[in-house]
Structure formats: structure tokens, C-alpha cells
Design a protein around this ligand. Sequence first.
Ligand SMILES: [Zn+2]
Length: 281
Amino acid sequence: MPWFVKPKFTILKSQQTIQNLPSGMWVKCPVCLKVIYIKDLEQNLKVCTCNYHFRLTAVERINLLADSGSFTEFNSNITSADPLEFTDSKESYIQKIHKTREKLNLNEGVITGYAIISGIEVVLASMEFAFLGGSMGSAIGEKIYRAICASLEKKIPLIIISCSGGARMHEGILSLMQMAKTSAGLAMLAEKKIPFISILADPTTGGVTASFASLGDIIIAEPGALVGFAGPRVIEQTIKQKLPEGFQRSEFLLDHGFIDIIVNRKDMKNTVKTCLDFFNK
Ligand SMILES: [Zn+2]
């Protein structure tokens, strides 16, 4: 289970609604506190004028990168089992999964497939945070692994957009095993010198950071994205020290060599194209 789930897309509810503004049509930027008309925000790729990047869905991220109509999904029917018969006081894991599937019309927390980006064929995977915090269980691990295999088979680059709270604890050790499985797959890709571009969206944490998300030949992050393993509060309590300002945000991580480049959403497709051209040479 992710160690935090913080809604970023704050739709103004009636008690918050500023006078005369219809509710549900406006959002408040959590950084500059500006109230923004949702349609304006969507036209600007869900980026505020202060450059705060609101979270996108997995499908929106695919649409942002892939040439129009070029995405062909595969392995969409892979779903999680419930090996531990996990349940908490409210509902079982399997009930939770069914409810989320229906709500999002999505079988799991990652969408994988073939895509064309500015004329170049790639394998593209995009994680969905709204699906149990984008947590990686057996199904996500398997889908990522099969995406790696598809990339190996066709000898085309792999791009994974991560957005996840980490491993899915409802599946215990089986979720942690996916870290080794996906990392081993990427080692095969590296051996064959097939490029892997890792894109980190807010948030990318836990077992996803500690496996495939950190193994890109190029690691790109969105501005202000939270990227880390354990959360800042856990680290502060463990080391009994105050963490520096901006710790675990992409700007801090760029300064410390953990990521290669921070890219604004509007420039993402061009940057990925530049990287793909570089590898093609
Ligand atoms: Zn703002």
C-alpha cells in the first residue's frame, strides 16, 4: 500500500466554492492557490500558470506522447489474483480491485502497448495512480515484464511512465518479487543495447523507484515530482534530522545526479523524440 495518497486535483466543493462560481468546474492550484477553470487547465495540459503540474491519467499521458491513433494496447486482460486472501476491516482486497476496475474502466494500474512517437515505433507503458495508488502487484509486474519482452522481440525502444506509491502490500512478498523480475528483464534489454527511457511523474516512490523507474538509460522527470523510496517523514524519524528543503523533489534529485533531465509537459514529446533520435544514431 502506498505510504501516502494525497489528492492533487482539488475540485472545489460547495463549502469551498467562491461566490458565484459553479462547483465542479474549478480547481485550486495547491502551490499558487489560484482558482482555475477546469477547461482552461485541460487546454494547458493540466499545468498551472505557476508551472505546477497536476496529475494526468495513464491514458492522458499516452495521448501526450503517442502519435494520434498509433497506440495499440496489449495484455489488457492481465489482472491480479488474491494469493493472501487479504482483507481489512472494511473490505477484501479482491472487492477493492473489482470496485476500482469498474470505477476506472481499467483492469490494472498500468497500460502497455505499441506506439509510434514522432514516427518512431516504441513499446510504451503508462501507470495509473488512481488504481490503488499505482501500486505494483503481480499483474503490473507481469505487464511491465511483458512490455520489456515485446521491446526485446521487436528490437524497439521501451518507454515507461511511472506514477506509483510503490509495491502493493496486499500481495505481500509477491509484489516485492516484481522488483527483481522487472529489473532482470531490463538487464536483458541492456545486454541487447535496446534503449529504455524512464519518465517519472509525481509521485514515483517505493518499490517502483527501487526497480525499473531508476534503471532508465535516460531518466526524465516532470517538474516538482516527488521521487524517492521511503517518505520524508519516515526518513526524518529514522535519522533524527531535518531534511533539506525540496528533498525528494525532481529539482533536488537533478542537482544530486539521480535523474538526467526535468522536462515540462509541453516539451515532453519533443524531448523523448530527441532521445530516441540520439539512440538511433
Ligand atoms: Zn499554480
